[in-house]
Design a protein around this ligand. Structure first.
Ligand code: AVJ
Length: 325
C-alpha cells in the first residue's frame, strides 16, 4: 500500500517536471524553468550554505528581526495558539517565535513543506523546546494550511508564518492571489507574519545572487544536474555560466544560466532536443524585492489589517504582522 502510494507520488512528480521542462524549454523565445525545482536535497543544502555567505544578508536579517522582536510580534495573539509555517526551513528562526509563545501557554506547531528532508531537519532543531508539540505536514502550502486550519479547536487562534521572502519568488499577480487564498483559510483574528526582502542598491543585490565563492552559481547549475538525473537529459554544465540581473523597473533579481556557445542538449525522457545559441539563457528564478509599504498594501486587498512591522538596520528586510479581518 505504502510503496504504491510513494510510487504514484513520484510518477506524478516526474510528469509535472516533464511538463514544466517541455513548457519552459520547448519553444522559441526566452527559455525558463520553475525555481521550485532548485530544491532537491543538494539544492536545499546549497541554499542553507548561501545563508552563511557574507554577500547574502537575507537569511540572517530575517532571523535577527524575529529573534529581537519575538515577544512584540506574538503579543497580539492571546489564548491558545496554533502556529503553522509555510516552508519549514531549518527551524532556526521559528524557534524564537515558539519560545515567546510557549513561555505562557502550550503551543502546537505545524511546519508545512513538500520536502520530507526539510521537515526532518526542522523537527530535529526544534524538538528540545518544552511546551511545544510539533507535527510535520508533508504537503504543498495551501493544502497543508487547509488541513491545519480545519484541525484546530474552535477557541484556538492561528499564527501563520511565511518567512524568508519566499513570497518574492511569486510573480506579483500570483503573490496577490496566493495571499487571498491564505486569507480564505483563516478566521478573523488569526495572524499572518510575512517576511519580505527590501529593495537595496543594485551592486549589493547582484553580489547577493552572484557571490565570489560561486555557491549561488552551483545552486543554479544544480538545476540542470537535477534534470539530467530525473529526465535522463545530457546537459553539459560546463556549457553554462550563472548570471544575476537586477531589473529596477520590475524590482526583481533574475537568475539566468547563460549558454557559453551554440550547442544542443537532449532530453530523451520527453523526446526533446533543445538548441542553444551563444549568449542565450535559461531564466531559472525571479526574486522580487519590496518597498516597506508593499506587504501591508498587498495584504489589505486580500482582507488583512496591518498590525505591525519590524525592520533590520544592516540588511533592509521587513517582517510584517497582519491580522485577518
Ligand atoms: C529562498 C527564495 C528567499 O530568492 O533570495 C537564494 C532563494 N536564490 N539565492 C531568494 C535564492 C538565490 C531565495 N529564497
Amino acid at each position: 500500500m505504502r510503496s504504491e502510494a510513494v510510487r504514484t507520488a513520484h510518477s506524478t512528480f516526474l510528469d509535472e517536471l516533464a511538463a514544466d521542462v517541455r513548457a519552459g524549454l520547448g519553444d522559441a523565445g526566452q527559455k525558463s524553468l520553475p525555481s521550485r525545482y532548485l530544491y532537491d536535497d543538494l539544492g536545499s543544502a546549497l541554499f542553507e550554505a548561501i545563508g552563511f555567505l557574507p554577500e547574502y544578508g537575507l537569511t540572517r536579517a530575517d532571523e535577527r528581526i524575529v529573534r529581537t522582536h519575538a515577544r512584540e510580534i506574538v503579543s497580539p495573539m492571546r489564548g491558545p495558539v496554533t502556529v503553522a509555517e509555510l516552508g519549514s526551513g531549518s527551524g532556526r528562526k521559528t524557534r524564537w517565535i515558539l519560545e515567546a509563545l510557549g513561555a505562557t501557554r502550550p503551543v502546537a506547531y505545524y511546519p508545512i513543506d513538500i520536502s520530507s528532508a526539510a521537515l526532518e531537519r526542522c523537527e530535529l532543531e526544534l524538538s528540545r523546546l518544552s511546551s511545544v508539540s510539533i507535527e510535520s505536514i508533508e504537503a504543498d502550502y495551501l493544502s497543508g494550511l487547509s488541513l491545519v486550519a480545519s484541525r484546530r479547536r474552535k477557541d484556538e487562534r492561528l499564527l501563520l508564518l511565511f518567512l524568508g521572502s519566499t513570497i518574492g519568488n511569486f510573480e506579483p499577480d500570483d503573490a496577490a492571489e496566493f495571499i487571498r487564498e491564505i486569507r480564505r483559510r483563516l478566521r478573523p483574528g488569526d495572524g499572518f507574519l510575512l517576511g519580505t526582502d527590501l529593495v537595496k542598491p543594485a551592486p549589493d543585490l547582484i553580489a547577493a545572487y552572484d557571490d565570489a565563492l560561486g555557491v549561488t552559481a552551483a545552486f543554479d547549475l544544480n538545476l540542470l544536474r537535477r534534470i539530467n538525473r530525473e529526465l535522463d537529459a545530457d546537459f553539459d554544465l560546463e556549457n553554462f555560466r550563472h548570471e544575476a540581473r537586477w531589473s529596477a523597473v520590475e524590482k526583481r533579481v533574475e537568475m539566468h544560466l547563460v549558454s557559453r556557445l551554440p550547442h544542443l542538449a537532449r532530453i530523451p525522457a520527453i523526446e526533446l532536443d533543445v538548441r542553444f545559441r551563444a549568449g542565450e539563457s535559461i531564466w531559472t528564478e525571479s526574486s522580487y524585492k519590496f518597498d516597506r509599504k508593499d506587504p501591508a498594501r498587498m495584504s489589505k486587498r486580500a482582507g488583512f489589517a496591518f498590525a505591525g512591522q519590524w525592520l533590520d538596520e544592516d540588511w533592509p528586510f521587513a517582517e510584517t504582522l497582519l491580522v485577518a479581518g
